[in-house]
Design a protein around this ligand. Structure first.
Ligand code: URA
Length: 441
């Protein structure tokens, strides 16, 4: 078999066989297929697509590229959660401690930033000393001891996805339904949890921009999980503006800490309660959604969720003093106002534009090897539905390298859409997909 022939076949819109998909994944993982041929195939898949069978074969080939983690040493039903990626999406930092504080074990494998979206691992690493590369034995021990651990994909867990993920990030081949579904599900299946809650983002800041595409992606992932006897539920959630106010690694950690104290933005809190309730139900904590919401609310009011975050940071060798006092987290040298040039209601905030504005000042990666500046980012003053006058502050930029300010300002101003009428509020959750099918709200 030759990689060249596989590229031509997909480039011409033909269906790839299971053997051809396996050949590609095995060769790319071992390094016998170079990045340039893998990039060409990814681009061909991006334009020509894959059918359900090809996507399922790609998923399984990626699962089998490494080892499947055995979490049976952890007591209870292990529930994982994964977001398809958004801007300001710091839900894991909040959700994992809440769910663990409610008694459901969270053994979570997270990812790094991808394209214009941020990644939980990068956010966690803005906490001094915190390790996301715990050996499996320490990872499972932590979950047994304190009910929570959030780590990176170990070298051996779906290594094909690890390599492809980084390649897609820099070859503009992220936002394809089959590539996203196989990337997420291969990791989740290899990570060994019993049940999975998927947060499928929809809108300008999501990889899937339309509701129909988002429901299709959710259905594809739920079907893959269901066919392998995993209990999977997907919520389709809003990403037509950034989640919460903060975008950027340390800034998002700070916002999560404030929210764990009960002082966070309403949309962020609401989403965490809804995703968390689904996790409690799949984890067997309760079968009543209203009770699940109350249990989670109580973990905030009692301080138990914040304590869980501290327990986790300590167990992963991070500096707990930065959680007690978030002012100790990395800070940018300058905080500058971005002023509105118009008057009107904020009609929309192109979340991808905000993500790219944050990337421009160093909050994410330009190439696979780029370093991240944990301190920088954007904090929104105005969200959708707010009234803003010319000369008022739209957002604050936390920046170290002033030569990037103009690019960031242009992207940020371009992302805000103002108009005369007050916009109608969009729901935060558009529907649910589970093994019984699609339910649109
Ligand atoms: N998250 C993933 O893990 N993979 C993708 O392809 C997109 C989001």
């Amino acid at each position: 078999m030759r990689m060249y022939d596989i590229i031509i076949k997909k480039r011409n819109g033909e269906e790839l066989s299971k053997e051809e998909i396996q050949f590609f994944i095995e060769g790319y993982t071992k390094g016998t297929i170079p990045d340039y041929q893998a990039s060409a195939l990814l681009m061909a898949i991006y334009f020509k697509g894959m059918n359900k069978r090809e996507t399922a074969d790609l998923t399984m080939a990626m699962v089998n590229s490494g080892s499947v983690i055995d979490l049976s040493a952890i007591e209870g039903i292990k529930v994982d959660k994964h977001s398809t990626g958004g801007v300001g999406d710091k839900t894991t930092l909040m959700l994992a401690p809440m769910v663990a504080a409610a008694g459901v074990p969270v053994a979570k494998m997270s990812g790094r930033g991808l394209g214009h979206t941020g990644g939980t691992l990068d956010k966690l690493e803005s906490i001094q000393g915190l390790r996301v590369d715990l050996p499996l034995i320490e990872f499972t021990q932590n979950v047994n001891d304190i009910k929570i651990a959030v780590c990176g994909q170990t070298g051996d867990l779906a290594p094909a996805d690890k390599k492809l993920y980084a390649l897609r990030d820099v070859t503009a081949t992220v936002d394809n339904l089959s590539l996203i579904a196989s990337s997420i599900m291969s990791k989740k299946l290899a990570a060994g949890s019993d049940a999975i809650v998927l947060d499928v983002k929809t809108g300008s800041g999501a990889f899937m921009k339309t509701l129909d595409d988002s429901f299709m992606l959710a259905k594809e992932m739920v079907d893959i999980g269901t066919s392998l006897n995993k209990n999977v539920i997907a919520l389709i959630t809003e990403m037509n503006e950034p989640l919460g106010l903060a975008v950027g690694n340390a800034l998002e950690v700070k916002e999560a800490i404030e929210t764990l104290k009960g002082n966070g933005p309403e949309d962020f809190m609401h989403l965490c309660i809804e995703l968390g309730a689904a996790m409690l139900i799949l984890g067997g904590r309760t079968s009543d959604i209203e009770e699940a919401r109350q249990i989670l609310q109580h973990t905030i009011e009692s301080g138990a969720a914040l304590q869980k975050l501290k327990d986790m940071v300590k167990a992963q060798h991070g500096n707990v003093a930065q959680i007690d006092n978030p002012e100790l987290l990395p800070k940018a040298s300058k905080v500058l106002d971005i002023i509105s040039e118009d008057t009107g209601y904020v009609q929309g905030i192109d979340a991808e534009g905000i993500g790219r504005a944050a990337l421009a000042i160093g909050a994410g990666r330009e190439t696979k090897e780029s370093p991240i500046d944990y301190a920088v980012g954007i904090v929104l003053d105005k969200k959708v539905g707010d009234y803003v006058k010319k000369g008022e502050v739209l957002a604050k930029v936390h920046i170290n390298d002033l030569s990037k300010l103009d690019e960031c300002r242009q992207k940020l101003l371009g992302a805000y859409k103002l108009s005369e009428g007050k916009p109608e509020k969009r729901p935060l959750i558009f529907g649910v997909v589970d093994k019984n099918g699609i339910k649109r709200y």
